[in-house]
Design a protein around this ligand. Structure first.
Ligand code: BG6
Length: 472
């Protein structure tokens, strides 16, 4: 058998030195202890209490993967699966239970312990401030629709930078900020379940204002060697054909779903075409004096890119019903491309080259900003059926998924893209919003029938070798 060093010499896909290998998680999805340790309620705790039937198998966020109690064991498993970096989010409602008031000492202790334990294991903590989990008290005053919440968020960010910035050097303001806009204000899959394009635009805009304020605060804190960014789910929009009407449809989808956050975050301004379109239909948000300068002056240092699947669109076949609520889909239809490769266990398309297309777009049109793949992964329903008698899940499909995406990441790096790392979604199986434990994504399985016992999957052992060799 070859030794590790021998294998290393024969790497076909070697990544740049210091490449970040790891995974991403979020507080609500792994911590559990939803009503422990002085935590306040957030919108997920509240919504689950109100409408448990909307959650897969009726499972809510109370326990999830119990990271709150088992973080030490989990961090050991990160080591065993080759992590040199790990993203988690701070739960705003744990740190500041009512969103604006007293800081919770137990939460400070918990996050300090997690950070210290990671560092002791040579795993760099990447901290995200907001992953879909608005404190309930702030949702009650309007959530991201309210300017007060923007200020509360900037204060929360400052508290985090001051408490943890001596050890945490990679910071992110939001994860996939468009998702709460889509889920909460357009398509009804997050609380507060509103369907209203005007309010959606305002929420999206306020999220960017809050992001820019947090960056301004970050810079004033002068965290040594600190970098700050945002994590965006970029979905390349591919037209059905090169017919101008299809191309235009794809272009508009790109404006709404990618560039509405990407441009202000990296370039400090909204795409002119998006502004013109919103103006034409009467949906410009309310903008306060000084906002646009704030956004202009506070662009990111580093971009996290989440990529799962592309968006395939075509020109609209029928004119939108003028009485139907205004939606981005007034301008395009979705298109199921014949022959596309699908994940048979979750129903999402798999298109590995999409990751390369995104990275080359960032290289060419977004000042080749420092970036990394902050999420990519394969969800599998019913994964328990792949567990062998010894308890290991044989997830060869996930190994192939990661490997094929990594090849395209590698290609983009060869062509000059400034890519610093690859984080998988996710470290261990976790609870996902209304999908609860339906789709499993982890390198480590969490057996819900066996007291949430953790077992490294085949992909976890494979990932470790790739990380150790810095390639494959
Ligand atoms: C990403 C989110 O968009 O997708 C995660 O950042 C989420 O929070 C993941 O869990 C997978 O989604 P799902 O619905 O398949 O569990």
């Amino acid at each position: 058998m070859k030794t590790m060093q021998e294998t290393e010499q024969h790497l076909q896909f070697r990544f740049p030195e210091g490449f970040w290998w790891g995974s991403a998680t979020s507080a609500t999805q792994i911590e559990g202890a939803a009503r422990e340790g002085g935590k306040g309620l957030n919108i997920w705790d509240y919504w689950y209490e109100k409408e448990p039937h909307r959650f897969f198998d009726g499972v809510g966020p109370e326990i999830t993967s119990d990271f709150y109690h088992r973080y030490k064991e989990d961090i050991q498993l990160m080591k065993e699966t080759g992590h040199n970096s790990f993203r988690f989010s701070v739960s705003w409602s744990r740190l500041i239970p009512d969103g604006t008031g007293e800081v919770n000492e137990e939460a400070i202790r918990f996050y300090n312990d997690v950070i210290n334990e990671l560092l002791a294991c040579d795993i760099e903590p990447f901290v995200n401030l907001y992953h879909f989990d608005m404190p309930l008290s702030l949702q009650q005053i309007g959530g991201w629709e309210s300017r007060e919440v923007i200020d509360a968020y900037a204060r929360y960010a400052k508290i985090c930078f001051e408490l943890f910035g001596d050890r945490v050097k990679k910071w992110f303001t939001h994860n996939e900020p468009i998702v709460p806009v889509e889920g909460g204000y357009l398509y009804d899959f997050h609380y507060p379940n509103i369907v209203d394009f005007r309010r959606a635009v305002q929420v999206a805009y306020h999220t960017i204002v809050a992001h820019a304020k947090a960056i301004r605060v970050f810079r004033s804190c002068q965290i040594k060697d600190g970098k700050i960014g945002i994590i965006l789910n970029l979905t390349p929009s591919y037209p059905r054909s090169q017919h101008p009407a299809d191309v235009k449809a794809a272009h508009i989808a790109d404006l709404f779903f990618n560039r509405s956050f990407l441009d202000p975050a990296v370039k400090g301004e909204y795409p002119k075409e998006l502004v013109a379109l919103l103006k034409e239909y009467g949906y410009l948000p309310t903008i306060e004096a000084g906002d646009l300068e704030l956004i202009k002056e506070n662009t990111i240092d580093i971009l996290g890119i989440n990529y799962y699947q592309p968006r395939r669109v075509k020109a609209k076949e029928h004119l939108p019903n003028p009485h139907a609520p205004f939606m981005p889909e007034w301008f395009f239809d979705y298109y199921a491309m014949p022959g596309r490769k699908m994940n048979p266990y979750r129903g999402w398309e798999i298109y590995e080259k999409g990751v390369y297309d995104i990275l080359m777009n960032i290289k060419e049109n977004y000042r080749n900003i420092e970036c990394f793949i902050s999420e990519n992964g394969m969800g599998v329903e019913g994964e328990e059926r792949f567990r062998d008698e010894a308890g290991m899940i044989h997830d060869d499909y996930r190994i192939e998924f990661i490997r094929e995406h990594l090849k395209w990441v590698h290609q983009a790096i060869q062509e000059g893209a400034n890519v610093k790392g690859y984080h998988l979604w996710t470290f261990m199986d976790n609870w996902s919003w209304t999908n609860a434990y339906k789709n499993r994504y982890g390198l480590v399985s969490v057996n819900l029938d066996k007291n949430r016992e953790r077992t490294i999957k085949k992909s976890g052992y494979w990932f470790k070798i790739v990380a150790q060799n810095n390639g494959f």
